[in-house]
Design a protein around this ligand. Structure first.
Ligand code: PMP
Length: 300
């Protein structure tokens, strides 16, 4: 995905021109992965552009920062207002928002506790990055182990694991990788959570499997509740995916994406449960489901 070269990015309190949103090459985060991030979407709704589950994304950003001991130098309401301001200033009606909190320039060394912490917010149009009917490959890389890095924090350093798995899958001619944890259970994909439908039940791995606590994953479970579909969080064996009735990925940037095969075992990408959930998700994000109006924050 190419980034736009115009627009403004919020950096530590100021909206700066896109090309000037730079950091120093000796920034701590660049060397040691000490940053946390969020990806949030804005959708068109009948009331105007609205951010989907903004408070949940911001809450996760602060939780991620706390886990890796980054003191966010801005209060919640300040960052919330800055997020809406960034989207509005760029005149975007539907877009992706990237928050980044990183340890910056000032000191070198692993601890570098005196490095300043910087916050930036960028927004741009980002279309679907995975087409329906994804072909998954089980990665030879295991998912980050929660005993090695805190997988509940959406931190940049651990994304190297995703980058390696994604490259391996693309090089092998697949669309996306599914990562197993150290115990051999399914964890998640490189930038999305995973569900399978097995005996009519929607099953997704628990956070303890090394997966990110996905906001779309939570949204899917709530929509499933509305639809009367049973859900369960439990460990999933690799081979269970091969015989599942349906499999789909879900994430902010991805949306809900049906899977067409796992390690060349075919799965119906047009299954009825995935289709129902996709429809419900579309309705919720676009403001057509009054039960979930509180998930939307108008850009204003
Ligand atoms: N897992 C990983 C590794 C991710 O990068 C993402 C995208 N943020 C997700 C899961 C899905 O999370 P969410 O639904 O909150 O976007």
């Amino acid at each position: 995905m190419r980034l736009p070269e115009a627009g403004t990015i919020w950096m530590d309190g100021t909206l700066v021109p896109w090309a000037e949103a730079r950091v120093h090459v000796l920034s701590h985060a660049l060397h040691y992965g000490t940053a946390v991030l969020e990806g949030t979407n804005v959708y068109e709704t009948p009331e105007g552009p609205a951010v989907f589950r903004l408070d949940d994304h911001l809450a996760r950003l602060y939780r991620s920062a706390k886990i890796i001991s980054l003191a966010v130098p801005y209060g919640y309401h300040e960052l919330r207002a800055a997020t809406l301001r960034t989207v509005a200033a760029n005149g975007l009606r539907s877009c992706y928002i990237r928050h980044l909190v990183h340890r910056g320039y000032g000191e070198m060394g692993i601890s570098a506790r005196n490095c300043p912490v910087s916050v930036s917010i960028a927004a741009w149009e980002w279309g679907a990055y995975l087409d329906d009917g994804v072909r998954l490959m089980t990665s030879s890389w295991r998912r980050n182990d929660p005993a090695v890095v805190p997988t509940l924090a959406k931190a940049t350093g651990p994304y190297l694991n995703s980058v390696l798995a994604k490259a391996e899958a693309l090089d092998a001619g697949f669309d996306e990788a599914v990562l197993l944890n150290a115990a051999g259970h399914v964890s998640e994909c490189t930038g999305a959570n995973l569900f399978m439908i097995s005996d009519g039940v929607l099953v997704t791995p628990p956070d303890s499997a090394g997966a990110l606590a996905g906001i779309t994953q939570d949204t899917v479970e709530r929509l499933a509740f509305d639809l009367g579909l049973p859900t369960r969080r439990r460990d999933i064996l690799r081979a269970e995916l091969y015989t599942a009735e349906e499999v789909f990925l879900c994430g902010t940037a991805a949306g809900i994406v049906p899977v067409a095969s796992v390690d060349h075992r075919e799965i119906d990408p047009e299954g009825p449960v995935t289709a129902k959930l996709k429809h419900a998700y579309d309705a919720a994000v676009h403001g057509h489901d009054p039960r979930h109006r509180d998930w939307l924050t108008l850009v204003g």
